[in-house]
Ligand binder design. Structure first.
Ligand SMILES: Nc1ncnc2c1ncn2[C@@H]1O[C@H](COP(=O)(O)OP(=O)(O)O)[C@@H](O)[C@H]1O
Ligand SMILES: [Mg+2]
Length: 172
């Protein structure tokens, strides 16, 4: 392949709409700007969560409409999260594409990066929506980091949340 056809390197920013995810987006956009790369923002709908909700559902709606309602609500939510990343990138004049994944968040994020050679780095927050003030890595973050020694051919960068870590240095 001649060099002019080489796809632009991508930085995969995983976001769950949390403050940490936003910090990850800021860092990713700053880095993409410096490196002449593009951002791909990914938000994953944990469809398996629906299954556990469905088991406890006893209302009048049919299963299918409950599932449709769940998916529509989540898609709306994730689209909003991805738009926040896009706005951050736009302000820095960095190209950004949004992707919605369906499945377990860590699996979908890792799969996307593994299967696309242009993805050179994954950026995630150290915590997410379920942060409860604990001082350990979030469960999705931990599983993604673990994949570095198993199936991931690119680095993972874990970002401190600027709300949890005032003075976090995200201006790469
Ligand atoms: N559903 C998701 N879609 C995309 N990225 C996610 C998702 N869940 C978590 N992440 C990424 O992983 C980071 C850490 O989140 P997580 O490990 O779930 O922590 P917590 O347990 O505090 O929610 C987030 O800041 C985000 O970058
Ligand atoms: Mg979480």
């Amino acid at each position: 392949m001649d060099k002019s056809q080489k796809p632009v390197n991508k930085i995969l920013v995983a976001t769950d709409g949390s403050e940490a995810g936003i910090s990850a987006a800021e860092y990713g956009a700053n880095m993409a700007k410096k490196l002449g790369a593009e951002v791909v923002a990914i938000g994953v709908i944990n469809v398996h969560k629906y299954e556990s909700i469905a088991h406890t559902f006893t209302g009048q709606m049919g299963w299918l409409s409950v599932k449709e309602k769940f998916m529509k609500e989540r898609e709306k939510e994730v689209t909003g999260d991805l738009n926040k990343v896009r706005e951050i990138c736009e302000r820095k004049e960095v190209h950004c594409k949004g992707i919605i994944g369906y499945g377990y968040p860590h699996e979908e994020i890792v799969k996307y990066a593994r299967e696309r050679e242009s993805v050179r780095m994954i950026i995630i927050g150290g915590s997410g929506k379920d942060f409860l003030g604990r001082k350990i890595l979030g469960s999705v973050a931990e599983k993604i980091v673990q994949e570095v020694t198993k199936t991931l051919p690119c680095p993972v960068v874990v970002i401190p949340c600027k709300i949890e870590m005032p003075g976090a240095r995200l201006d790469f």
